[in-house]
Ligand binder design. Sequence first.
Ligand code: SAM
Ligand code: SF4
Length: 327
Amino acid sequence: MAWDRFGRRLHYLRISVTDHCNLRCVYCMPEDMTFMPQQALMQDDELLTLVRLFAELGFDKIRLTGGEPTVRARIVDLVREIAHTPGIRTVTMTTNGILLPRMAHDLARAGLQRVNISLDTLDPAKFRRLTRWGRLEDVLDGIRAAEDAGLTPIKINAVVVRGYNDGQDVVDLAALTLDKPWQVRFIEMMPFAGATDIQRTMLVTSHEVMAKLREAFGALDPVNGGRLDGEARLYRLPKARGTVGFISTISQPFCASCTRVRLTADGHLRLCLLREKEVDLLTPLRDGASLEDLRRLIAQSLWQKPWGHGLAQGEIPQDRTMSQIGG
Ligand code: SAM
Ligand code: SF4
């Protein structure tokens, strides 16, 4: 089992399988984003070797993310290999959903258990503005395909951006949970390189979104006695089948209960999403380090996981965009 020096047991690995994407969300990357060359990314065998090492250290939960994980070549085979790795119990994915109509069933058959699908508004014009060219209907088709393939319970991720989707949008998204057994999660926008202006000036806090939902629906009933479910605090609208969640990284950080680390698209172990501290695993792997040496390097690095982010002190990670780290 892997622990850090603060006594947190680490067992959840989020992997950015590619930094490439078929959208350009305004809060994630610039429109003229430059992507990494293919050879800089972890190749399938390298990624699988690292997954095996993490599994040997007690990691049992993997989330594939990006960039857009579904645009990576052979993603279905990769899911199958990861799902069959001894020790791995859960494989999930965060996706924009666009390619799910053609992939959801294959991914499910390969061993993917659930998906989180990003959807920030139900207004087609605003959706296009937020993603720069996306079509809302494609994502809705993707959600239907995921449900049909049994990639459930469906979780919807919505980043709330002032002036883009902080009005009726959040009410309409929350209203989806009245009829659907989904979890609609509102995420506070985090600052990274690439889109820092928007991220810093257009933050909408969970508190503000909750106030809007109370005004529209009445009291929000805490689920799980108000305890965190992963990184989200969950509530139920009156008579709703699903739940709404709030991921309040900025206003109410959940660092004390963090069990996760990340593998960037180019094979660096990122110990905290919002800290620049990373350990390059891909270079020693390519230079022929033994598996034992790599396992030791990972375990020692995990021990050094920072306690939490420094946003309150104005420390904003500038080294990477969200899509390279894997949100
Ligand atoms: N392309 C996939 C998608 O959009 O779901 C996976 C990668 S994306 C980087 C993962 C999640 O991070 C998405 O839910 C996205 O909305 C969220 N995200 C991107 N930039 C963010 C930011 N600056 N602050 C908070 N969440 C962000
Ligand atoms: Fe692409 Fe996801 Fe970033 Fe949007 S949030 S640009 S879909 S990686």
